[in-house]
Design a protein around this ligand. Structure first.
Ligand code: NAD
Length: 256
């Protein structure tokens, strides 16, 4: 039955950056197909609210506070989840930060912060989750990249963010190759503009939003569930022949 290939009953899923936005929507999608979710992020207040939201829908979920840019903290996180639940089957890497402005004015520390969270964080989390997955026979990792890892979208300048997401795409392909013999699939979703806290400023900006919309053939930004559905698909057995793929979900932005 094809529907069984989407089923996640009994699976343990860690969603880094799961306290809000795309990560929380992914947690809900995975939950609705039967997974038990562990949300991890750097904001305990929204993490608690996210767990309450999932619990109110009848889904088991918990939250652990972590800074994804700290490799030791991420190793502890994955070991803690595996000790409590016995395994990790799915990792979604959705933690992310952005900054905008002229590269000439970019403080050195800002460049480093964006790379530390978006790129190094995705690698630490994937590596530490993979260590746990190897103990139980495999798993599925879904990184959240971006169209900004494929093209330099305009009008905003965001060189650090773009570089970090291009790096996430190559980490995805590299780990897919490295773990191909270990039954660990590694894929990425590359969204276009999605309505979240991350894009609130741009959506409200009269100089940016008309350009975003004009350059998107579907003529609108995405809602989080439109990305979460693809994350669920990639995490599930329905995508069993996919690894190393960067799946673009952008309303056509990069098609023209
Ligand atoms: N919104 C978009 O248009 C869009 C487009 C393409 C890609 N993305 C990517 O999607 C992912 C999710 O973004 P979103 O739009 O849901 O944004 P969001 O701001 O709503 O959520 C970001 C999440 O990352 C977590 N986070 C940030 N820094 C962290 C850190 N140091 N340690 C642990 N957690 C941290 C936050 O707590 C939050 O849970 C990001 O990787 C982002 O780059 C977003």
């Amino acid at each position: 039955m094809y529907i069984n290939r989407l089923n996640l009953k009994g699976k343990i899923a860690v969603i880094v950056g799961g306290s809000q936005g795309i990560g929380l929507a992914a947690a809900q999608a995975l939950s609705e197909f039967g997974a038990t979710t562990v949300l991890a992020a750097n904001n305990a207040a929204t993490g608690g609210a996210a767990v309450e939201h999932l619990n109110a829908l009848g889904h088991p979920a918990s939250f652990l506070e972590v800074d994804v840019s700290d490799p030791d903290a991420i190793a502890d996180l994955m070991a803690t989840v595996a000790a409590k639940h016995g395994r990790i089957d799915i990792l979604v890497n959705s933690a992310g930060v952005a900054c905008h402005g002229s590269s000439l004015d970019l403080p050195n520390g800002e460049w480093q912060r964006i790379l530390d969270v978006n790129l190094s964080g995705a690698f630490w989390a994937a590596r530490e989750a993979a260590r746990q997955m190897l103990k139980t026979g495999g798993g599925s990792i879904v990184n959240v990249g971006s169209i900004s890892g494929l093209i330099a979208n305009i009008p905003q300048n965001q060189t650090a963010y773009n570089a970090s997401k291009a790096g996430v795409h190559l980490v995805t392909k590299s780990l897919a190759s490295e773990f191909s013999g270990s039954n660990i699939r590694v894929n990425a979703v590359a969204p276009g503009y999605v309505e979240t806290e991350l894009t609130r400023g741009g959506i409200d900006d009269p100089d940016w939003f008309p350009i975003w919309r004009q350059k998107t053939p579907l003529g609108r930004v995405a809602q989080v569930e439109e990305i979460a559905s693809v994350i669920h698909f990639l995490a599930s057995d329905a995508a069993s022949y996919m690894t190393g793929s960067i799946v673009v979900v952008d309303g056509g932005y990069t098609a023209i």
